[in-house]
Design a protein around this ligand. Structure first.
Ligand SMILES: Cc1cc2nc3c(=O)[nH]c(=O)nc-3n(C[C@H](O)[C@H](O)[C@H](O)COP(=O)(O)OP(=O)(O)OC[C@H]3O[C@@H](n4cnc5c(N)ncnc54)[C@H](O)[C@@H]3O)c2cc1C
Length: 374
């Protein structure tokens, strides 16, 4: 039997995608009773450090939406590519895997899935404990600046996220889309933001910070518009005019300002309703319906504090296993791919699913190179 060099696998980046890929490589080799390999995880920092801040420290592992297409519709970039990844490793497969290593989960009423421990630190520790059970794993604290630094490895997985990866991507020669901030707050300069006020609008929830809007709706808007140039217009539907008309009929002596304050916080109503003190009876139906306070019209001036980045390895440059179409031993998984989702566990699920698919393909590649002899 001719061994394929030393069966050395390099994974660059020990974030969620890199570590999950390593765990599944170990599992797959074990199931295929193949033991002569080494997985080296390179990270410039501590392994799974990025997981610690997820979900506000609780780690929103995934989302419970059961239909693959519905699930994938939560990704402004990568939707169709993900059908194939999710069909091979879904949110349920992820939940089952985590359960198998002692991470039990629960689902919130909004479909977000969290560990029962409510602790990202617990998830991190359990994943690392599982990793260190294997003698085939090595973690090396090192920044990889170029693919040339690891060219002696038989298989290379690049999973170093989107924050510091452009140089490494360029060194691989793969086609990529420059990163843009997504899931971020939006700085607003043309409106006096009532700081700390949170709003449940018809389009979703958001919160005003000092000079920005933040929270789920702001993140969603920023994500959809990730490749739009700043400044751009935002229109948020605050509440239904019909409901205001009903109230106006019921309480004709109340001021419009007070009526509007039953749908949106008073601090916001004060800033949006011009004639706050006019009685409802004095305002005609048309005026009530056409009042600008039904929508919040502002300009997003710039992004602030991104959670993920849009952009990354062009999905046309990889096959369905996230393997480079031009380099025989190179794979990508996680946020470095041009895939990003909304808030709700979707970004981590991209990491888990792409990492799993890569792991299975890497193992097949190594075993095949060993002439199929295990
Ligand atoms: C505050 C915050 C909260 C979030 N909460 C959630 C959540 O609850 N649910 C969810 O689904 N998503 C969440 N996300 C998004 C999620 O964390 C990311 O999508 C995910 O971490 C991406 O994983 P990754 O492994 O692909 O990359 P990363 O997590 O970015 O990991 C990359 C790793 O590579 C290392 N690295 C980088 N460059 C190099 C190099 N040149 N050489 C060696 N090592 C390198 C880094 O040190 C890092 O460890 C959150 C993001 C943030 C910022």
């Amino acid at each position: 039997m001719v061994r394929f060099k030393q069966n050395n696998i390099a994974i660059v980046g020990a974030g969620p995608s890199g570590v999950y890929c390593a765990l599944n490589i170990l599992k797959e080799f074990k199931e295929r009773k193949f033991n002569s390999f080494t997985v080296t995880l390179f990270d410039k920092s501590e392994p799974l450090k990025t997981l610690l801040k997820t979900g506000g420290g609780r780690c929103n592992i995934t989302n419970s939406i059961s239909d693959i297409k519905d699930f994938a519709s939560n990704y402004p970039r990568g939707e169709k590519f993900l059908y194939s990844l999710f069909s091979r490793h879904s949110n349920i497969d992820t939940i089952n895997y985590f359960s198998s290593i002692g991470i039990k989960t629960y689902t919130q009423s909004d479909n977000r899935v969290f560990p029962v421990s409510n602790s990202a630190k617990y998830v991190r520790n359990k994943m690392l404990d599982e990793l260190f059970k294997s003698k085939n794993i090595k973690i090396v604290k090192k920044r990889i600046n170029s693919i040339k630094d690891i060219q002696n490895f038989d298989a290379i997985v690049v999973s170093n996220g989107s924050k510091d990866s452009e140089n490494l991507i360029k060194s691989t020669g793969q086609k990529y889309i420059p990163f843009k901030k997504a899931l971020c707050s939006l700085i607003i300069n043309d409106f006096d933001c009532p700081m700390g006020v949170s709003v449940k609008s018809l389009d979703g929830e958001f919160i005003f910070t000092k000079n920005a809007i933040s929270g789920p709706l702001a993140f969603k808007i920023s994500s959809i518009n990730a490749f739009k140039s700043f400044p751009y217009d935002i229109k948020i539907n605050l509440f239904e005019s019909e409901k205001l008309l009903d109230l106006a009929k019921k309480y004709p002596k109340k001021s419009i300002g007070n009526l509007v304050s039953s749908f949106i916080p008073r601090a916001l109503a004060k800033r949006t309703v011009k004639n706050f003190d006019i009685n409802a009876a004095e305002a005609s139906k048309n005026i009530l319906k056409s009042y600008s306070f039904l929508t919040l019209n502002v300009k997003a001036a710039s992004p602030s504090g991104e959670i993920v980045n849009a952009g990354g390895i062009d999905l046309c440059a990889v096959d369905k296993n996230c393997k480079s179409k031009t380099t025989d031993n190179l794979w990508f998984c996680g946020e470095i791919l041009n895939i990003d989702g909304f808030c709700g566990g979707f970004n981590l699920q991209n990491c888990w699913s792409s990492a799993y698919v890569v792991a299975i393909d890497v193992v097949s590649f190594i075993i095949k190179k060993n002439n199929g002899v295990v």
